[in-house]
Design a protein around this ligand. Sequence first.
Ligand code: PMP
Length: 285
Amino acid sequence: RTVYVNGEYLPETEAKVSIFDRAFLMADGVYEVTSVLGGKLIDFDGHAKRLDRSLSELDMPSPMGRDELLEIHRELVRLNEIEDGLIYLQVTRGAPGDRDFVFPDPETTEPTVVLFTQSKPGLAESPAAKEGIRIISIEDQRWGRRDIKTVQLLYPSMGKMMAKKAGADDAWMVEDGAVTEGTSNNAYIVKGDTIVTRQLSTDILHGITRAAVLRFAREAQMKVEERPFTIEEAQGADEAFITSASAFVTPVVEIDGVALGGGTPGPLAARLREIYLDESRKAAI
Ligand code: PMP
């Protein structure tokens, strides 16, 4: 695999980052994951805008503009012959000469910029899309600025392991009795003809897929309610699903051992997935 590190395209075995990098020592970095379908980028501009927002919330300068970032994404797709897959991008506050809690001066410490591809043939035809996934609920023990897409992914990673251990596929996190989001996705339930998902705040990541899916849902005259919901309400819902750049719209068929819709994916989630994939492929660049 050819990867991008600080201005260079290199074989992955030759790519190097300092041990003093603040993302390595303090998780002081942000990231984005953009999916590639048919060799094209899905919602690149949404991801580029959220990257800028994450950087500015952490007082980090933007390392490059949208056009240069797009060029690097495209070059990596080309060099690695990615048909379907993902592009991971990480920007860190860089590697000052030593470990220090105080932010280094951005005039003297350059950000670290790393991008790599993950080839995923058939990304849009995963078994999870047809069969649905099973989730468990866990307490949300993450920090309070989940709207910033930082590389602090230890708790979400632990959540995935808790799900695996319980024989499930993923976990929804719960705070003050209401679902915040999935370990790496936004969470939704369907009641009758209404889609319910938590409103945007600092409690959740503002999913790029969420924004697109809610826009398509409203355009298709579906009803959308942005409000918190409980696990009990979700267990009594007609359908449930998740969204993310890599899972698109994926149905949920079981929550804490309770089957939804007889344990098979629901029609509204299936329709939304189809609309999302169709529209996103059309708009891909
Ligand atoms: N919430 C969390 C916690 C996530 O990690 C992700 C995926 N990175 C999402 C939601 C979904 O965001 P997106 O649709 O932009 O991939």
